[in-house]
Design a protein around this ligand. Structure first.
Ligand code: 3PY
Ligand code: MG
Length: 267
């Protein structure tokens, strides 16, 4: 986290501007280098559903630095493994500019996530010398900077969270919410049926609540086809996760092989 710079993604969240991010599940810094060169505003490392650990996060963040949107490059975020103080602290200490916290179902749980991400007096984050504060070189300045520029997005992934959306959004320090559509569909008893009217209603409720308090509404568009993206943008989501490394690889490899098979057939 460079101390003389603002967090460009946080600025976009505050201004209600759209930011496009992506998602990493393959724990190799080369993936971070390639995806950040594409120009995403942010990339979240998925530490909930992958085998990536804190060291992998640091390597990926180093890969993003200076690649992608100027001046900083793509902003490294982490979808932490759970709403856990140490999980949040360790990625922030390693240089994350923000966290995406899964399965936050109530205002109380949102307060816990914020507390873990902020130094006193706003929270309970502990300190030491670490990568985020340049190994102690910027010890004092970093605390103020991290409290101001760090992002806390809480994930709305259950029916209970949708029902508590207004209270969750009222929690100071929550910059916005991020819908996990697959877990949400599971919670409504319609696994994977993202176009079901129950899902549409839930998305609308979350969006309206966010718009009322001027906080960002985000969503992971895992299957990022053009029609889904257009609909997501038109609905008013601003913090948009586009697909993920595994799917980029799968789609592109499939298409290439299909092209080759077709060319062979047409010979
Ligand atoms: C979900 O859809 O549940 C997710 O967590 C997407 O990242
Ligand atoms: Mg999920």
């Amino acid at each position: 986290m460079s101390l003389n710079t603002i967090n460009p993604v946080k600025q976009k969240l505050k201004r209600g501007e759209v930011s496009f991010g992506s998602w990493m599940q393959i724990g190799h810094p080369g993936v971070a280098e390639i995806l950040s060169q594409v120009g995403f505003d942010w990339i979240a490392l998925d530490m909930e559903h992958s085998d990536m650990d804190v060291r992998d996060f640091t390597d990926a963040a180093r890969g993003m630095y200076g690649r992608g949107p100027a001046p900083l490059g793509t902003i490294p975020l982490a979808r932490v493994r759970e709403n856990d103080t140490l999980a949040i602290r360790q990625v922030l200490d390693s240089g994350a500019w923000g966290v995406i916290v899964p399965l936050v179902n109530s205002a109380e749980e949102a307060r816990r996530a914020v507390a873990a991400a902020k130094f006193p007096p706003q929270g309970i984050r502990g300190t030491a010398f670490f990568r985020g504060n340049d190994y102690g070189l910027t010890f004092t300045e970093y605390m103020e900077h991290a409290n101001r520029e760090g992002i806390v997005m809480v994930m709305i992934e259950t029916k209970e969270a949708v029902e508590s959306i207004d209270a969750i959004l009222r929690v100071e320090g929550v910059d916005g919410v991020f819908i996990g559509p697959y877990d949400l569909s599971l919670s409504y008893g319609i696994p994977g049926k993202l176009a079901d009217p129950l899902m549409t209603k839930a998305r609308q409720k979350v969006l309206e609540a966010c718009q009322k308090v001027h906080k960002a509404a985000g969503i992971h568009v895992v299957q990022s086809d053009k029609a889904s993206l257009r609909a997501t943008i038109e609905e008013g989501f601003t913090f948009i996760g586009l697909s993920m490394d595994t799917l980029f690889l799968d789609r592109s490899a499939r298409e290439t092989l299909q092209n080759a098979i077709q060319a062979l057939g047409e010979r």
